[in-house]
Design a protein around this ligand. Sequence first.
Ligand code: NAD
Ligand code: TYD
Length: 339
Amino acid sequence: MKILVTGAAGFIGSNFVYYMLRKHPEAEIVALDALTYAGDLETLAPLKDEPRFLFVRGNICDRNTVFGLLGDTGCDIVVNFAAESHVDRSIEDPSIFVESNVLGVQVLLDACREYGVERFHQVSTDEVYGDLPLDRPDLFFTEQTPLNPSSPYSATKASADLLARAYYRTFGLPVTISRCSNNYGPYQFPEKLIPLTIANALADRPVGVYGQGINVRDWLYVGDHCSAIDRILEDGRPGEVYNVGGHNEKTNLEIVRTILRELGKPESLITFVTDRAGHDLRYAIDPSTMGEQLGWEPHTDFEDGIRETIAWYRDNGTWWHNILDGSYRDFNESMFRGR
Ligand code: NAD
Ligand code: TYD
């Protein structure tokens, strides 16, 4: 099994690389990442001398790079994590989201056709379904829920899903898609709610909560997302979409309070700020297809996972300090030189 993992220097991609190398002793991984602001090669530094791992810096929008890489390495599976991933940034400037999240996926799909890969897996998100009302806890996103994205980010992810399904139907490309709920865990860029709140709380800085903090997200430990993708690669049906989640709905205020409590910080740090434009109210995944068809279930209980995650950020301050002060960019340059 030789897998091209795109976006491997980001949060979930890097966790997936470690998961797959550990779980499958025969697996080889080729990692492609443009090292945007969100990609950090330091996360993959322990793999520098790993013979089953190769890192290539490059953009999924670059046809020559992608075609050359698939042709040279003969990867039989492609898993695409590469994307612009932050909703707030997509509200500031949607263009790069369309480039990476839509046009980049088209390049990957074309290359997979050209080289006859056995599986293209698109890592999508539950945000393609839009949102659910706060007063209907009985409603969940199923794979049949119509796509109804709210933000430029989720609109580009929905577009990529449609393209991927069209390549399955029209060209017979063996495509699978997973739509996962919000992830948390180590190596998440400190602009997202959980790592940003931890970083601010540790520094006794105000913790920003959008609107009233009543929006609900459905949280899944990143390792459980990785195991779900692994199961889909093993036994998922081409052309299918799989919803991934663990029924862990929390309001943003609950998340922030949990973090402050765990770090022994006062709730007076909570600062309500202007709400996000178009802010989705509630995400909630029905993951029953993953359970019934593939026998997958999440293993990390939220209370354990969030405690471990908070401890990880407390113990790995250099990782996110380097990111926040920009010095990781120099590190990326030096790691990449000569490779
Ligand atoms: P991230 O922002 O942490 O990482 C994205 C990675 O992709 C970075 O390393 C970046 O350098 C790379 N990248 C961006 N544009 C690229 C391009 N054009 N070419 C090559 N590399 C590029 O994101 P993440 O949170 O790890 O998310 C990974 C994927 O999972 C995304 O597709 C996202 O939509 C999806 N997803 C994320 C979550 C979540 O909670 N974080 C939940 C469901 C789905
Ligand atoms: P985020 O981590 O950006 O993920 P997403 O928007 O993809 O769900 O945000 C999670 C929730 O937390 C979302 O409802 C917005 C909110 N939020 C805050 O209240 N404060 C913050 O500083 C951030 C980054 C997010």
